[in-house]
Design a protein around this ligand. Structure first.
Ligand code: AMP
Length: 495
């Protein structure tokens, strides 16, 4: 394996090797191509389309029938992987890639995926989107049993589980490892002969199968197929493992069948609006969220203003439903990353100001309704309401196209601990006051389900993983509750 990691020193390294750290973040995008002469270049393009899923780092591993090659970089895909020289160092007809979205203290190349291990059966690279809810518990057991951990990521736990399995075949090892892990995962792995895709038993995180020039592609979202002109084949099912070889695609279903529970936050915020998730256009769903929100809480107003970019589709729906004009009262500077991932509150606040400016001509003297997709800590909303008032707005009403986020997510959406979630610690009136708006309203959980097309299907709720709003966590939270449901069976398993 050749690994090329530039001598880019990580700027924040404190705590990076805290094995007991209670949050192992892997909020990411994954992509893979098997059997194509331009595998690495296509993977770079795929990762570029998935950039919204992770901006801190990116990596690609390719295999050229002799060796694995890896290129990993901190920063944006386009800043590094548009360089022909970097792509040239990734030869072969198979490649997988990963965009990393992490938080303070973990911006370090060692954590950048895909992770690679040399197993006795040959090399294996793994890229993971999602968060395991028993990774710390497993890691402690693995370390006790002699494993040496190099990173703080869940993915390394998966690699260790695969490595320690005594099964002779890589697929059996892979499936055994999946049986040990809990939580959310969309995995893309590359061995010397196969590309493997796996989705957790509830399908919390998305994974899509596509095709280009007769070659198979795995991706977190359909927008990455569009960028390379690939065809959508289907969503990988919950609990399904797809094995792609020169012979084609084989599907394994190692878990008992369960009802799917994909993450509702993909529709609210995470996925790109031009993606199709679970057969639904994210853009259309977001517009319908705006329509439902307007039905529930449209105030008297002169103009509907989206908070760009995330609030645009729902603001369009809101405006259409209440018949009040939609105007771009806020202009976004596109050369600044998403505010949420700035590592400290101080920098985050600065980030918000760098990112948005008031378009005074559309604001001054008007009663405005600001529409955003979600409210987390309240940083964005507070700044923007003030900005609107400074620009001369007569009234500022704030509307959120999702319900209050009352519970933390542990499956790969980077929400903070509960005490930092504004809605978990404040009443509606307290939030309104803090944000400084004339009125504040959120979409109801029922309204959200109506927008998703599940009206009158209460018998099926939760149809999605909606724990952020309801506290109804779809899997055990072993690392948090300290429960220890079973001993690690892999090490003891009969070969
Ligand atoms: P906050 O400013 O902390 O209230 O965060 C709300 C803003 O962050 C909204 O504009 C959302 O579009 C965006 N947002 C919501 N959830 C996330 C997330 N998991 N990661 C990054 N940004 C988010």
């Amino acid at each position: 394996m050749t690994v090329s990691e530039p001598s880019q020193a990580p700027n924040v390294v404190e705590d990076w090797f805290d094995l007991e750290s209670d949050r192992l973040h892997e909020e990411c995008g994954v992509f893979g191509v098997f059997g194509h002469p331009e595998a690495a270049a296509l993977t770079a393009l795929g990762l570029h389309a998935l950039q919204h899923r992770g901006q801190e780092a990116a990596g690609i591993v390719s295999y050229d029938n002799k060796r694995f090659h890896a290129e990993k970089r901190l920063g944006l895909v386009g800043d590094h992987f548009s360089d022909a020289e970097v792509i040239r160092r990734l030869p072969g007809r198979a490649a997988i890639g990963h965009n990393r979205y992490s938080t303070t203290g973990e911006t370090i190349l060692r954590n950048v995926q895909p992770l690679f291990a040399e197993l006795d059966a040959g090399g294996l690279a793994v890229a993971h989107n999602g968060n395991l809810t028993n990774a710390l518990t497993l890691r402690r057991e693995l370390v006790k049993a002699g494993a040496i951990c190099q990173s703080t990521s869940d993915t390394e736990v998966i690699l260790h589980l695969i490595a320690q399995s005594r099964r002779p075949r890589i697929m059996d090892r892979f499936v055994n490892a999946l049986r040990e892990i809990e939580g959310a995962y969309a995995l893309v792995a590359l061995s010397t002969k196969k590309m493997i895709g796996a989705r957790d038993p509830l399908g919390i995180r998305p994974l899509i199968l596509g095709e280009l020039d007769g070659c198979y592609i795995l991706t977190s979202e359909t927008c990455a197929l569009d960028i390379i002109g690939a065809k959508y084949i289907r969503d990988v099912d919950n609990g399904e493992v797809v094995v792609i070889t020169d012979e084609g695609v084989q599907s394994l279903r190692p878990f008992p069948p369960q009802r799917m529970q994909p993450c509702i936050f993909e529709f609210v915020y995470f996925a790109r609006p031009d993606s199709v998730v679970q057969g639904q256009s994210v853009y259309e769903v977001r517009k319908r969220m705006g329509i439902e929100l307007a039905r529930e809480s449209a105030p008297e107003a002169d103009v509907i203003v989206p908070i760009p970019d995330s609030g645009v589709p729902s603001a369009l729906g809101f405006s259409r439903e209440c018949g009040v004009p939609f105007e771009l009262g806020i202009i976004r500077n596109h050369y600044v990353g998403r505010t949420f991932i700035q590592p400290t509150q101080g920098v985050r606040e600065l980030g918000v100001r760098m990112k948005h400016s008031a378009n005074r001509s559309q604001i001054e003297g008007k009663r405005i309704v600001l529409v955003d997709d979600s409210l987390v800590r309240g940083t964005t909303s507070r700044k923007i309401v003030k900005m609107m008032r400074d620009a001369g707005a007569k009234e500022v009403h704030f509307r959120l196209a999702c319900p209050p986020i009352l519970y933390s997510d542990y499956y790969g959406i980077d929400t903070p601990e509960r005490e930092k979630l504004l809605a978990a610690t404040h009443s509606l009136e307290q939030m309104r006051e803090l944000i400084g708006a004339d009125s504040l309203a959120f979409l109801s959980v029922e309204g959200l389900y109506r927008a998703m097309g599940y009206e009158g299907r209460d018998d099926l709720r939760p149809q999605f993983a909606d724990h952020c709003f309801t506290g109804d966590y779809p899997t055990p939270l072993t690392d948090r509750t300290g429960e220890h449901p079973r001993q690690l069976s892999l090490i003891a398993e009969a070969s």
